[in-house]
Design a protein around this ligand. Structure first.
Ligand SMILES: [Mg+2]
Length: 267
């Protein structure tokens, strides 16, 4: 099945060390010009994504942005400006569902903070206003290993419940189990009239699992700097692990998946 939509995680995947590699920028532009739709699927806010992509003149090349892993906006690129359109009723459903789950997630976030304290790891809880706005509670740790250990500690306790947890870098997130990177991407694909098999997802971290482990039928790919567990999920789903890191690895995989888009200047 041909790939019609490519989803990119930001941090560690196409955005690393504060930059998007020029090879990756070029690959995305070529992809979009060939009519393949592109979406950012990141834990970063939509506002952050807009600013970052605008810096690289990439925003008009994206079909949609998924902010905080769940708010979906379609990008309407006109001749002079770019406008974002809320995907409805998805975003309203996400908001309504979160209004109910927010106190449950807050309770779990406080338990994570207590568990961190018992392990002598300082953990900073997100503010209530921030949690409402983003649709998730977070506990920020000092180390990515600590965040991962706490996410692993949480997993069996939350299994099957309405709230899920993951680790995104040094932060543990508590969120609506029905709205993660995987279900958000699936909702976008359905809105675009695409099947899951026409979607290719790139990610590098624990929180990318729902779009990388094959549960929804997306094609998946990752890069040399990804977590070892992420590489395993992608390999098990039949996807490639690039030999180079972050944006360079992404560009390499895109050149393999879309040979006709290869730059004439690259070797
Ligand atoms: Mg990442």
């Amino acid at each position: 099945m041909a790939v019609e939509l490519v989803a990119f995680d930001l941090d560690g995947t196409i955005f690393d060390g504060g930059v998007i590699a020029p090879e990756c920028v070029e690959a995305i532009v070529r992809l979009a010009e060939a009519g393949v739709r592109c979406v950012v699927n990141s834990g970063r806010s939509t506002d952050f994504q807009v600013e970052l992509l605008a810096e690289y003149d990439l925003l008009p090349h994206f079909t949609a942005l998924i902010g905080d892993e769940r708010w979906i906006h379609l990008v309407d690129a006109g001749a002079d400006d770019v406008e974002l359109r809320s995907l409805e009723p998805w975003n309203t459903d996400v908001r309504n569902s979160w209004t109910e789950l927010d106190p449950v997630a807050e309770d779990w976030a406080r338990r994570v903070q207590q568990e961190a304290e018992q392990r002598a790891w300082p953990g900073r809880l997100s503010s209530r206003a921030d949690s409402r706005r983003r649709g998730l509670w977070s506990v920020a740790l000092d180390s990515a290993d600590h965040a991962r250990d706490l996410a692993i500690w949480l997993e069996p306790q939350l299994a099957g419940g309405p709230v899920a947890g993951n680790a995104n870098g040094t932060i543990v997130h508590l969120y609506d189990a029905a709205r993660d990177k995987g279900t958000s991407l699936l909702a976008l694909a359905e809105r675009l009239g695409l099947r899951a098999g026409e979607v290719l997802a790139f990610g590098d971290g624990f929180n990318d699992r729902p779009m990388l482990d094959g549960r929804h039928g997306f094609a998946a790919a990752t890069i040399a700097n990804a977590d070892e567990s992420v590489k395993r999920w992608v390999r098990d789903a039949g996807g490639p692990v690039a030999e180079r890191i972050s944006g360079l690895g992404v560009a390499d995989v895109l050149a393999t998946v879309f040979p006709s888009l290869r730059s004439t200047t690259s070797s």
